[in-house]
Design a protein around this ligand. Sequence first.
Ligand code: UFG
Length: 346
Amino acid sequence: MIVHGGVFMAKKIIVTGGAGYIGSHTSVALQESGFDVVVFDNLSNSNISSLDGVAKITGTRPEFINVDCADFSALRSAFMLHRDAVGVIHFAAFKAVGESVANPTMYYRNNLNGLINVLDLMREFEIPNLVFSSSATVYGTPAVLPVTEQTPLQPATSPYGGTKVMGENIIRDTVHAYPQMHATLLRYFNPIGAHPSGLIGELPNGVPNNLMPYITQTAARIRPVLNVFGDDYDTPDGFCVRDYIDVNDLARAHVAALNYMLSGGDGVSVFNLGTGRGLSVMELVRGFESATGVPVPYKIAPRRAGDVPAIWADASLAERVLKWRADTPLSETLASTWRWQKNQSN
Ligand code: UFG
């Protein structure tokens, strides 16, 4: 809280990409923690209806500005209106690996210009705290599992991954040059799930690339069959292994990161955000079937180019420093995902 002329004002946070999947859940978590949320989003891969969901869940509709972070002058006007913000959570970015391979300059232009504009405007308006959406993709194919924040980074295997590695470096250099700025880089593993209310969730554009929305759309008979990419990996059951983290847990980690910086966390901090547990594709499919009672027809398909056989997080640093842990049971996550999917189908 900030006291302004005797009136208590909630601390304001700018959430770029706040109408998107992780952004909308984080807006809920921020509002529930007493922050005032302003969403900057150009709705290029999100829907304004997600803010209706946020409003229904929290009782407060975040202020919304339709703005493209890659458009400096438009973004500057938006920042000018909210120069009293104490932090920025920067989600706004393109995120499809395959699309980035097909159209690399589009990815570099959008994701890097957006980030650079945000950094320049934070400096101009003296907004000190940044939370950045990074990704486990920065670890490439790790030699040792689980990966810690000390695990060496590998050259990016896609332009999307490149924007995350470069984004982290751009932020480090900027904070180094302007020590009044602080940043937290959050390396997400595989976010899944929806808000337990079923009011917000993932809204994939067209045919989903990611496993979880493909499972729910197959269960809902929108897709005839799930293609399971590869059953001959060198993993316990032959299927790829990932660390699937509940999006509500992920959202809470952003609040914890902000609070950490607001209470003195300095410089650039980096945290893995995962559960610490690896699950195979088939374990997730079976888990969904047993949590919901709905069958998921699948067939084994060839390996997908670029897939890492196995990766999961050591998330103990976030637990120690941020006092945060991903603790939503998988069955609850899967039930919420299905509730959300059914709401969409209705
Ligand atoms: N999979 C299938 N069938 C599908 C979709 C996915 O079998 O229809 C498998 C994949 O082969 C993989 C697993 O499900 O083994 C997970 O795939 P996702 O596409 O859901 O997730 P990825 O791990 O490939 O990608 C995620 C993020 C990216 C990020 C990447 C690396 O979506 O943003 O992790 O960190 F770059």
